[in-house]
Design a protein around this ligand. Structure first.
Ligand SMILES: NC(=O)c1ccc[n+]([C@@H]2O[C@H](COP(=O)([O-])OP(=O)(O)OC[C@H]3O[C@@H](n4cnc5c(N)ncnc54)[C@H](O)[C@@H]3O)[C@@H](O)[C@H]2O)c1
Length: 221
């Protein structure tokens, strides 16, 4: 079982809650160098503000620790070029939605869709003769990796974080995760930056710009 052994935050008010609730914590500091120098720590979940990601992430990796980082993985393409290991990056704009993810697959014989706007439902398109209609199936709540949240409860943000952590720990422990949403690879973060850099250039010049994937495509095979 993973054990929480250290906490680092420059905010003096943040640390006591962790120290009071996790007796396993022995490293308590405002200086992350102290945290990453400790042999009590194998992996670091680093959630400092965006502008600190490049420096902190690189220092953590160079200290020989596993890193679970937050997006953005490098504030721009140059920063992303550093040796990062993980990222989850999203860019989206959906009118009427707040942080909504959806997957839609349309086919001639049938279609399916899922949206986090309605997370306990799965939609399939039924065709009867010339008529088509969406069927909403209530699937309840069941996380891929079992957690403390029972199936009769609503899946929430804390459950998503638990799944993220669990997928990371599976990779860390087993060298690969069976989770359907495995952690994103560094090569994929580089590809994302390549696409967005080309989009910025295209916007600035008003021309069509080819995406230069560079080394990221080679790495992805
Ligand atoms: N807020 C958002 O909308 C958002 C969106 C996407 C990703 N993220 C990512 O999620 C993570 C958490 O975001 P947040 O909004 O809670 O961040 P935040 O700005 O509230 O900061 C998180 C913590 O980092 C601590 N911190 C700041 N400087 C530090 C330092 N030098 N050493 C140690 N600790 C330090 C702060 O005291 C705070 O407790 C970040 O990595 C952020 O990039 C946030």
């Amino acid at each position: 079982m993973p054990e929480l052994t250290g906490i680092c935050d420059t905010n003096e008010k943040s640390r006591p809650w962790f120290v009071d609730n996790f007796p396993s914590i022995t490293v308590k500091t405002a200086d992350y160098h102290e945290l990453i120098a400790s042999d009590r720590i194998d992996a670091v979940y680093c959630a400092v503000p965006h502008n600190l990601h490049e420096r902190f992430y690189c220092d953590i990796i160079n200290a020989g620790k596993h890193l679970l980082g937050e997006k953005p993985f490098g504030i721009d393409r140059a920063a992303n070029g550093k040796p990062f290991t993980l990222v989850m990056e999203t860019k989206r704009m959906a009118p009427g939605c707040t942080n909504t993810w959806f997957i839609e697959v349309y086919g001639t014989g049938g279609s399916v869709r899922f949206t986090t706007h309605d997370p306990k439902a799965f939609y399939t398109l039924e065709t009867r003769g010339k008529e088509q209609g969406w069927l909403r199936i209530d699937i309840g709540s069941q996380s891929f990796i079992p957690s403390v949240t029972g199936g009769i409860f609503e899946f929430g943000f804390s459950d998503a974080l638990q799944q993220m952590m669990a997928a990371f720990l599976q990779e860390f422990r087993d060298g690969g995760s069976k989770h359907p949403f495995v952690n994103v690879l560094p090569e994929e973060t580089a590809m994302s930056h390549a696409v967005h850099t080309a989009a910025l250039e295209s916007h600035a010049t008003g021309t069509k710009v080819a995406v230069n994937y560079g080394a990221s495509r080679t790495l992805m095979g």
